[in-house]
Design a protein around this ligand. Structure first.
Ligand code: MEV
Length: 320
């Protein structure tokens, strides 16, 4: 079973406070494959094998992944079937591309299937949200929703912000509402630059909370500006106003700098991407490291070439 990685186009962090954010699924994600069924294993455990990390874990271990596994098992009111599951990620872990949410969704779907549980997507999303709380503390729910449903997704607290009329489906999350959005008329390519700097979403979200609590009126004004980008950004892409879309990415990055969630590596990648010809770029996800997205319509290859020459690790991704 697979689940998608994601990029946040606009609104990371402020979505935790209910402001709108826009995210898109990546084709790449996390895959869980059953390597030994209960009839084929001597173990009494459910064993998760992460060959890329050279690491195995069972429901009896300690740590967040074992906690996640226990949450899934506790939601299934049946005797648990031992098995072995291989977990492979096509996206880097802890880089802002939603690997934990993709793991939560792919693992939930796999374990549910082993136990012949056929849940609706909305129920799987609720389960993945519980797991995201273990990984990230106070998630908005945007990552697990995109990992689960794919496509393009707008998330906001609808007691404060209205979702636009053009959303095709509403998904109710514990604190927010997600709206799935129509595809763009033509596929959009974004360059994803991985700074390689490890970071922890939970910590970065907590740092923003401390800043906010110390100066709520200033940060409320920054949040509110960032919160105005998601719907506008979607409409700019839909109407192919690429220059303005790129400029909005830059503005979102500058506002994220005010929240102190950028870092020298992300700012250098931001500068290098624009020097190489990208119209706009911004960090994506929690920041503090991880990835940057750059928008360079019709010259992606040249921009990527220059970024690679400067030593950046980057790949091209399409959203639609
Ligand atoms: C993390 O991918 C996005 C954040 O906004 C946290 C969240 O929405 O849960 C930083």
């Amino acid at each position: 079973m697979r689940a998608y990685g994601k990029i946040i186009l606009f609104g990371e962090h402020v979505v935790v406070y209910g402001y709108p954010a826009l995210a898109a699924a990546l084709c790449a994600g996390v895959e869980c494959q059953i390597s030994k069924k209960s009839s084929e294993t001597n173990s009494k455990n459910i064993i998760l094998d992460f060959p890329q990390l050279k690491f195995k874990v069972t429901q009896n271990d300690s740590g967040t992944i074992a906690d996640a596994l226990r949450i899934i098992l506790n939601s299934i009111p049946l005797p648990h079937k031992p098995c072995e599951i291989i977990v492979r990620s096509e996206i880097p872990f802890r880089a802002g591309l939603g690997s934990s949410a993709a793991l939560a969704v792919a693992l939930s779907k796999t374990i549910l299937s082993i136990h012949e549980q056929n849940w609706e997507l909305s129920r799987i999303n609720e389960l993945a949200y519980l797991i995201e709380q273990i990984f990230h503390g106070t998630p908005s729910g945007i990552d697990n929703t995109v990992a689960n449903y794919g496509g393009l997704c707008l998330v906001a607290d609808t007691s404060k912000y209205q979702l636009p009329d053009f959303v095709t489906q509403k998904i109710f999350l514990p604190k927010m509402t997600a709206g799935l959005l129509p595809k763009f008329s033509s596929a959009i390519s974004l360059i994803v630059v991985n700074t390689g700097k490890d970071r922890d979403t939970k910590k970065v979200v907590e740092q923003v909370r401390i800043l906010y609590q110390n100066n709520p009126s200033y940060y409320e004004s920054v949040f509110s500006e960032i919160g105005s980008f998601a719907i506008k950004g979607y409409q700019l892409l839909q109407s192919q106003k690429y220059q303005e879309f790129g400029e909005l990415l830059n503005l979102n990055h500058q506002n994220l700098q005010k929240l102190n969630v950028s870092c020298p590596e992300l700012d250098k990648a931001w500068q290098d991407a624009r020097d190489a010809g990208a119209i706009g770029a911004k960090l994506t996800g929690a920041g503090g490291g991880g990835c940057l997205i750059a928008f360079a319509p019709n010259k992606e290859k040249e921009v990527m070439e220059q970024l690679k020459n400067k030593g950046w690790n980057c790949f091209l991704s399409q959203i639609s």
